[in-house]
Design a binder for this molecule. Structure first.
Ligand code: NAD
Length: 348
């Protein structure tokens, strides 16, 4: 197997840590991209990967994204990410979570964990039994923190509104057609917020029962997971997994804007240029989906309450506007502009 620094996504990461606990079977990778702005914060993903190189690549890409995301969100935190490796049965045990908590603790706070795909706030409580370097714990109403999903959904909703404003030149979401790929924590929350504002929705998810129930609740249409990106909608919102925007899918997009919550939507950096060349407005993923880390970051730092979290999430449209304006002025893709601003902020 190649060493992490031989992989194409290695970006002078400060550290890539591999952990194994034979008793519980826990295997995890914790990648720390940058601690320039503070301790590295980012969620842990529980996922089955075909091979170790793919798992390390995911940790490398996701942790770099967290450096950029935290910097763009104005948080005094660096970027890191963990992947907890699932086997084919995807069995997650409390022993594995506790062993993961001990692994996090060995890093002495350089990495602070939270939920990501496949992990719940109850899992965070188990991990908290082994380490203090945890956020996303259940909180009382009105406090910062807890499940980051609804905060991410709120930020993506505001970002979709900003994209509609820029790409369609309209303030209202009434009748605006949004196609959402993945209706889990983020996509489902986004769908409800959009429906409240009168948007027309088309939804898809690999879990048939989930998408059917939500479509009935909101009066939305559904299509297959193979069709959702190519719906003739105003906005396409990827809210499932990453790398969905590549040369092939971008060529088939029919929307005016892509604005969604999934991390690492672009398969390669060149794909940001491909969207731009098609004249489709793109909301860089780590800018639009920062709501969750704002929520758990303020929880961990002990700064502010829910009102402060929402005020900071409310600034996501301004940051997107800044990126889009610079993109229009320079002729560089929005993804390139966002990377440039983020890199400056983290001193690279
Ligand atoms: P989730 O697991 O709750 O939801 C993901 C949904 O996508 C599930 O319903 C799943 O069935 C569906 N799905 C998976 N593959 C699909 C496919 N090919 N087509 C359609 N649907 C598919 O996860 P989530 O917390 O909602 O996160 C969604 C995305 O947003 C991930 O990329 C995650 O990294 C990113 N994200 C989440 C947060 C957060 O706060 N939860 C924050 C930032 C970014």
């Amino acid at each position: 197997m190649a060493a992490p620094w031989d992989l194409p996504d290695y970006d002078d990461h400060e550290g890539v840590h591999l952990f194994h606990d034979p008793d519980s079977g826990m295997r995890a990778i914790i990648a720390i991209h940058s601690t320039h702005l503070g301790n590295a914060a980012g969620g842990m993903r529980f996922w089955h990967y075909p091979d170790s190189a793919m798992a390390i690549t995911d940790a490398l890409r996701l942790s770099r994204g967290m450096s950029y995301k935290n910097a763009m969100a104005g948080l005094p935190m660096g970027g890191g990410k963990a992947v907890l490796l699932a086997d084919e049965t995807r069995t997650k045990t409390p022993e594995m979570l506790r062993a993961f908590g001990r692994a996090v603790d060995t890093l002495g706070g350089r990495y602070v964990t939270a939920e990501d795909v496949g992990i719940t706030d109850d899992d965070m409580v188990v991990i908290k039994g082994e380490t203090d370097y945890v956020s996303g714990l259940p909180v009382e109403k009105g406090e910062a923190g807890g499940d980051p999903g609804p905060s991410t959904a709120l930020g993506v909703f505001l970002g979709v509104k900003a994209a509609v404003n820029r790409a369609l030149d309209q303030d209202s979401l009434e009748g605006v057609h949004v196609a959402i790929q993945g209706v889990g924590s983020v996509g489902g929350g986004l769908a409800r917020l959009l429906a409240e504002q009168g948007a027309r929705l088309t939804l898809a998810d690999t879990v048939d029962a989930r998408v059917a129930a939500l479509a009935e609740e909101l009066g939305a249409d559904t299509v297959s997971v193979d069709e959702i990106l190519f719906v003739d909608a105003d906005v396409v919102s990827p809210c499932a997994l990453g790398a969905v925007l590549d040369a092939d899918s971008i060529a088939r997009l029919q929307c005016k804007a892509v604005a969604g919550g999934a991390n690492n939507q672009l398969a390669t950096r060149e794909d940001g240029g491909r969207i731009f060349e098609r004249g489709i407005l793109y909301a860089p993923d780590y800018v639009i989906n920062a709501g969750g880390i704002i929520n758990v970051g303020l929880e961990y730092l002990g700064q502010g309450d829910r009102a402060e979290v929402e005020a900071r999430i409310g600034k996501i449209p301004e940051r997107l506007e800044q990126v889009w304006q610079e993109s229009a002025a320079t002729g560089d893709p929005a993804s390139t502009v966002a990377d440039r601003i983020a890199k400056q902020l983290i001193g690279r």
